[in-house]
Design a protein around this ligand. Structure first.
Ligand SMILES: Cc1cc2nc3c(=O)[nH]c(=O)nc-3n(C[C@H](O)[C@H](O)[C@H](O)COP(=O)(O)OP(=O)(O)OC[C@H]3O[C@@H](n4cnc5c(N)ncnc54)[C@H](O)[C@@H]3O)c2cc1C
Length: 457
């Protein structure tokens, strides 16, 4: 490291806490500022949190910072999707090419608490209830809502979707910056499925459960204590339309009847829990001169349907660290490269996540889609060394999101050709599949110097 810098970070969420640990490990003088009070002490938050899926690109920096053993103790493995049809039929779709490939479900609040504690252990000072108000980019001074201020050498904005750090860059750059919010038109609400009386799971515990119903759905992810955290996704307007308990229970009866006996508190929770906004935020640039950088949702809030928002934020941290290493801590080159590469990635995962919303709501119940998925699963299992699905690339490898998106287009062509006139997925012509993979996909991998090998840390 060239020399120790005064590094201020705004936002002690998942990305900010991880980043603080990393910058401290590099020898910088790090202070972390957080708008909220300390969630580790807030009793009102106990048991309230969405669950997240953590995958390769998120696990990578956690391993590199020496924290995976600790984080692994609070996760639950999930190996595939369990689709619940309206008449309560279940279809299981494995995620990976075999059972050893899995995602990990974790409570956002528990992970956040763990990372804050690790940040403090490493010597980072966290100032709670000290939200950022604004930045004076000329004098490199940060102003806080409690009236204090602080000078910095480097300011890192990890203050989430409503980022005041982003606001500071936007107002400084004016028309030289771009900013766009794309609302999805659907909102989410948290519900819960408790464990049974003996503390056991009421549904298959190694699956992410989905009740896909067109433009709306219910989802469930397991917790370690036998319960599931449920998320309801519905068009924004329906929340207004369902203005009585009768309408809500009728909606559940029509769509998620098999879940009702397992969710004794769903009506109460429906009214008690807040309704969350869903949308994508795109912004450019993510870097201002050599002094301010945006990471995580502050740079790229996305819809949650690929389960990659935090993972992408963690990959921002890793990419920034890699650039600092490669450029011997030269900020100018490191930040320029960070901006160029991660912006491309952020846009790609935003696109893929919007596409996956349609997939999860509509296509996971669609026969043609399921057929193609089955064929793809067969060829991925048969040729694990030369083929890897787009989902697999995003989730189990460190291949950048924008490259996985590009690969998906080639793979669609291959699947289209293999599924033409095919009646049974199991009868897929494996020789032809190999020929197509070697003719279209392998050269693309070679050209881009990419390995589809699973990330094992
Ligand atoms: C329903 C749902 C499901 C999701 N599922 C997944 C998933 O499965 N996998 C996945 O990878 N991602 C998932 N995500 C996305 C993930 O939650 C976010 O991408 C992630 O939390 C972003 O982390 P962050 O640290 O950038 O921002 P945040 O977690 O939003 O943290 C920002 C922090 O900044 C603080 N802050 C705000 N304003 C100020 C201020 N003025 N000054 C100082 N601090 C401030 C906030 O209090 C907060 O602590 C999901 C999101 C939703 C809504």
């Amino acid at each position: 490291m060239e020399c120790s810098k005064k590094v201020l970070i705004s936002g002690a969420g998942l990305v900010g806490s991880l980043l603080a640990i990393a910058m401290k490990q590099r020898g910088h003088d790090v202070e972390l500022y957080e708008l909220r009070s300390d969630i580790r002490k807030d009793q009102s938050l106990i048991g309230k949190s969405i669950n997240l899926i953590i995958t390769a690109k998120g696990i990578n920096p956690i391993i590199n910072l020496g924290l995976w053993k600790t984080v692994k103790s609070i996760v639950t493995p999930v190996t595939g999707r369990m689709i619940h049809s309206k008449d309560a039929n279940l279809t299981y779709q494995p995620y990976g090419k075999d059972e050893t490939e899995c995602n990990y479900s974790v409570s956002r609040a528990e992970l956040n608490k763990l990372l804050m504690t690790e940040a403090e252990k490493s010597g980072v000072i966290i100032h709670f209830e000290t939200g950022l108000k604004g930045l004076d980019l000329e004098s490199k001074n940060a102003y806080f809502l409690n009236g204090t201020d602080k000078k910095y050498d480097l300011f890192l904005g990890t203050d989430g979707a409503g980022s005041p750090t982003r606001e500071a860059i936007l107002s400084e750059l004016g028309p030289l910056a771009s900013f766009n919010i794309e609302p999805l038109g659907s909102h989410y609400k948290e519900l819960s499925m408790p464990s049974d009386n003996s503390g056991n799971y009421q549904m298959e515990k190694t699956a992410l459960h989905i009740w896909p119903r067109g433009n709306h759905m219910l989802m469930a992810l397991p917790n370690q204590d036998g319960s599931f955290t449920m998320t309801l996704y519905m068009p924004e307007k329906w929340y207004e339309d369902f203005n009585s308990p009768e309408k809500v229970s009728q909606y559940f009866l029509d769509n998620y009847a098999d879940s009702i006996p397992l969710m004794p508190n769903y009506l109460e929770e429906y009214y008690k829990n807040p309704q969350g906004f869903l949308g994508c935020i795109r912004m450019s640039p993510w870097v201002y001169k050599d002094q301010v950088v945006l990471l995580g949702d502050a740079a790229h809030a996305i819809v949650p349907f690929f389960g990659q928002g935090m993972n992408c934020g963690f990959s921002d941290v890793q990419y920034l660290l890699d650039q600092l290493d490669l450029n011997s801590d030269d900020l100018h080159s490191s930040l320029n490269n960070y901006n160029k590469h991660q912006k491309l990635n952020g846009d790609a995962i935003a696109d893929l996540s919007i596409e996956n919303f349609t997939e999860m709501c509509e296509k996971v119940g669609d026969t043609e889609f399921l057929f193609k998925k089955r064929v793809e699963h067969i060829i991925e299992k048969t040729y694990p060394d030369i083929y890897r699905s787009r989902y697999g690339m995003v989730t189990y490898t460190l291949i950048p999101y924008h490259m996985a998106k590009e690969a998906g287009e080639i793979q669609s062509e291959i699947l289209e050709e293999l599924c033409k006139d095919l009646k049974n997925a199991e009868d897929v012509d494996l020789a032809k599949a190999k020929e197509l993979i070697e003719g279209k996909f392998s050269p693309w991998l070679q050209e881009n110097k990419l390995s589809i090998e699973r990330f094992r840390g």
